[in-house]
Design a protein around this ligand. Structure first.
Ligand code: TRP
Length: 455
């Protein structure tokens, strides 16, 4: 039995860990991305596959990540190396941590751009920019924002600063404090919005859209999208959850905690869908609008509803909080590594990281204006970063973590960390992490490549 502590600190208790990890998981993925990709992929059928992916692939891999983090008690890069050594293997496994840190930078760069749009919308809702607008004007405002690199730059920069301030504060004075303040607010706002949408008169239409399982609408594309999104929404495959796990109490149960986090994340995504689609249908707008769903469609709806300005403001404020607590977790693996390995202070580490991701973000931001012609594999830099991370790097990272924990760590190590009361549950988890999760990821990848070749 090991009893190491992380040099970075520890969560005050089990609930803080749950809330912090939920803060990482619940973000733009739940409120912006999930409704729009569900909308694009026909609603119910996609949701069903997504739920399967969460349960069969997401939960077991999240347990694996937390396990490695808590065992290693260091940044993901160093924890992977440390636990590999402990099991008598090669330190090269640290490479999975490197892959993750890189994915974190890439995700942050487009995440921060979208979060910047959110900040602009908070300000816009607050100042009455969206009063009495039709879809045409809403489109103009959004496209006008995208075409304006200077405005984008300001909000992107502000978001980077907000995130780096928290990172600079460290685990207890930064991450934990942000969690304690922002997460309760997030839940309250979400609840208020749900009530509001339940009274919109179109709640049933929204419900049917999300839960009528029409499997004929499912393409291989949609299945890969659902798998990629399961990783993205649970913050898996890059070390966020591993880093957070390294600050977790030794006695807390990993299984129960992870189930709670996954359940909370799923519920928030579904509530976000149930809050958004009724408003979309009530205003005869298009659920398959795409990435603009939240930024074009909703403001129109808000502008036509009683109290819409206030709710619009609260809505974007909530999205902003969600994005903030998620973005923090994208940077924590890198920050922890800089502190451990290069001996930087938290403040210096966050300044260094901030400069790097700010610059990457500027590249992504140009995709909507100055560098919109610059295509990588037919995608803009922004789209490419999203595709590369969510659909390739995260599933690959998750696949490698599953292999590592399932096949390379010793049985004693995993059994000791999970300390599940029932040996049946442990056997089940071990079977899933060794066979089911890696196979699911591999099969979906193969399917995708086959589809590409056949096309
Ligand atoms: N899960 C967050 C969201 O849904 C985004 C996020 C934070 C993330 N950390 C991550 C995604 C690590 C992948 C990996 O918005």
């Amino acid at each position: 039995m090991q009893n190491k502590q992380s040099i970075h600190g520890a969560w005050a208790n089990r609930w803080i860990f749950i809330l912090a990890a939920t803060g990482s998981a619940v973000g733009l993925g739940n409120i912006w991305k999930f409704p729009y990709i569900a909308g694009e992929n026909g609603g119910g059928a996609f949701v069903l596959v997504y739920l399967f992916c969460i349960l069969l692939v997401g939960v077991p891999i999240m347990m694996a990540e937390v396990l490695v983090g808590r065992r290693g008690r260091q940044s993901p890069i160093n924890s992977m190396r440390e636990t590999a050594y402990e099991a008598g293997h090669h330190g090269r496994w640290a490479g999975v941590g490197w892959l993750g840190a890189l994915a974190g930078f890439f995700i942050f760069s487009f995440y921060s751009v979208v979060a910047g749009w959110v900040l602009y919308y908070i300000a816009g809702m607050g100042s009455g920019l969206f009063i009495d607008i039709g879809s045409e004007q809403a489109g103009q405002i959004f496209n006008g924002l995208l075409a304006d690199p200077q405005t984008l730059l300001i909000w992107h920069t502000l978001f980077v600063v907000l995130v780096m301030m928290v990172i600079a504060g460290g685990v207890n004075k930064g991450l934990e404090r942000a969690t304690r303040i922002l997460m309760p607010l997030l839940f309250v706002l979400l609840f208020v919005l749900l009530i509001y949408s339940m009274n919109s008169g179109y709640f049933g239409a929204g419900w049917d859209f999300l839960f009528s399982f029409d499997t004929s609408a499912l393409s291989g594309e949609a299945v890969l999208e659902a798998l990629g999104h399961a990783f993205f929404t649970l913050s898996l495959g890059m070390g966020s959850i591993m880093a957070y796990g390294s600050y977790m109490g030794k006695k807390d149960s990993i299984g129960g905690t992870v189930l709670t986090i996954a359940a909370l994340d799923t519920v928030v995504a579904l509530i976000a869908g149930l809050a958004i689609f009724p408003i979309v249908f009530a205003n005869q707008l298009d659920p398959a609008e795409g990435a603009g769903l939240m930024f074009v469609t909703l403001p129109v709806a808000f502008s036509q509803m009683a109290g819409g300005q206030v709710f619009g403001f609260l809505f974007f404020l909530m999205v902003g909080f969600a994005a903030w607590t998620s973005a923090i977790s994208l940077m924590e693996p890198g920050a922890a590594w800089l502190v451990e390995t290069l001996g930087l202070s938290r403040v210096r580490a966050s300044i260094l990281l901030g400069v790097i991701v700010w610059a990457l973000g500027v590249l992504a931001l140009g995709s909507f204006n100055l560098t919109s012609d610059l295509l990588v594999f037919g995608m803009t830099v922004f789209e490419f970063l999203d595709f590369l991370t969510a659909n390739v790097m995260l599933p690959l990272g998750g696949f490698l973590v599953a292999l590592f924990v399932g096949w390379y760590l010793t049985r004693e190590m995993t059994e000791d960390e999970l300390s599940l009361r029932s040996s049946f549950v442990y056997q089940l988890w071990r079977f899933v992490i060794r066979f089911v999760s890696p196979a699911a990821v591999a099969v979906i990848f193969a399917l995708k490549i086959y589809e590409k070749l056949a096309a």
